[in-house]
Design a protein around this ligand. Structure first.
Ligand code: MRU
Length: 337
């Protein structure tokens, strides 16, 4: 994303990899719509864009009604998607700053500064997580890994969470190959992850989600590495639909299962994954691709776009604050309590 002070440019992730098209959002409503429609997606990127959206609301608010206008904009942004807690975390930071502002001029400057800080801190967190993850993996020979969804620069403030770890493995010549699940139904893996990795010359093999079991059974993959949309106080993890089945597969095959996410993804207010609101999206995402039908008209569809992986199936949760091994309430409390 590109911040211009009075507008926000977002690379339209719905059109990748076929087309690199940027959308300009000039107000909070435009940013909220981009989040709802998945022009921008990925937990940290949603939070960062929402923060810029709130800053735009202050930048363009009317002098006589600015408090109401900005508050309404923050509410609209908060309603854009329900599962990734980074959205609410970022808007809470913005709200705390907003409440201290005495004038519209002050609010416009300080909300933009806060949004830029949230953006920069996320990038720094990604780099720190890559360091922690490599130390925790202790790899001394190149390894193959498998990932799900897109957790790269497109989904974050830059570099990536799970994909940041994979990027770093490649930088230090410890990556043999990354298998990328295509990630039905929205195809974040094939459209975005394969695109990002190919651009950086990182060896990637794209596979249908259903091929993951056969790939793990072959014994070459040492780690499944994924991101997260919300991590609860007991170490349960909500992430892109299909993550839970990968965790089951990893345990069955004796493969390590690592979750990489900034602390802005941790929600200590929720006791367990059962409390996480799971977004369901339009049937059309499953029934068609770009308007071409893939299923009979009128068929019943269930389209939850996230699932919850229980902490007991996770070997490592890596954040910029450090690593929780075999996560449980005590381990999470020790780092985030
Ligand atoms: O529906 P999406 O594309 O926003 O879902 C994204 C994911 O589930 C990612 O794995 C998660 O947000 C981590 S991104 C660093």
């Amino acid at each position: 994303m590109r911040w211009h002070g009075d507008s926000l440019d977002l690379l339209d992730q719905r059109l990748l990899p076929a087309e690199e098209h940027w959308i300009t959002a000039e107000g909070a409503g435009g940013v909220a719509q981009c989040i709802r429609d998945m022009v921008v997606r990925g937990a940290p990127a949603i939070g960062i864009s929402a923060a810029y959206g709130a800053a735009l609301a202050a930048r363009h608010a009317a002098d006589d009604n600015w408090r109401e206008e900005v508050s309404r904009a923050i509410e609209e942004l908060a309603a854009s998607r329900p599962t990734a807690v980074n959205l609410f975390w970022a808007l809470q930071r913005i709200t705390a700053v907003f409440e201290q502002c005495a004038t519209l001029k002050e609010a416009a400057t300080r909300l933009a500064d806060e949004a830029k800080a949230i953006h920069q801190e996320d990038l720094a967190a990604n780099l720190a997580m890559a360091d922690h993850a490599l130390r925790a993996m202790g790899a001394d020979q190149p390894v193959s890994v498998l990932t799900h969804c897109n957790t790269g620069a497109l989904a974050t403030g830059g570099y990536g969470t799970a994909l940041g770890v994979i990027r770093r493995l490649h930088e230090v010549e410890l990556l043999d190959r990354v298998y990328a699940d295509e990630t039905r139904p929205w195809l974040q893996g094939s459209r975005l992850t394969a695109w990002e990795l190919a651009q950086d010359g990182i060896p990637v093999t794209l596979n249908a989600d259903g091929a993951a079991a056969a790939i793990l059974a072959q014994g070459h993959v040492r780690w499944v590495i994924v991101g997260a949309d919300r991590i609860t106080a007991n170490g349960d993890v909500a992430n892109k639909i299909g993550t839970y089945s990968l965790a089951v597969l990893a345990r069955h095959h004796g493969v390590g299962f690592m979750v990489v996410a900034p602390s802005s993804t941790v929600d200590m207010a929720l006791v367990s994954g059962q409390d996480i609101p799971i977004e369901e999206r339009d049937d059309a995402e499953v029934k068609s691709i770009r308007g071409i039908p893939l299923a009979p008209d009128g068929v019943n569809v269930y389209n939850p776009v996230f699932d919850v992986t229980p902490a007991s199936l996770i070997d490592l949760i890596v954040t910029e604050k450090g690593v929780v091994r075999k996560p449980d309430r005590a381990g999470m409390d020790a780092l985030f309590g």
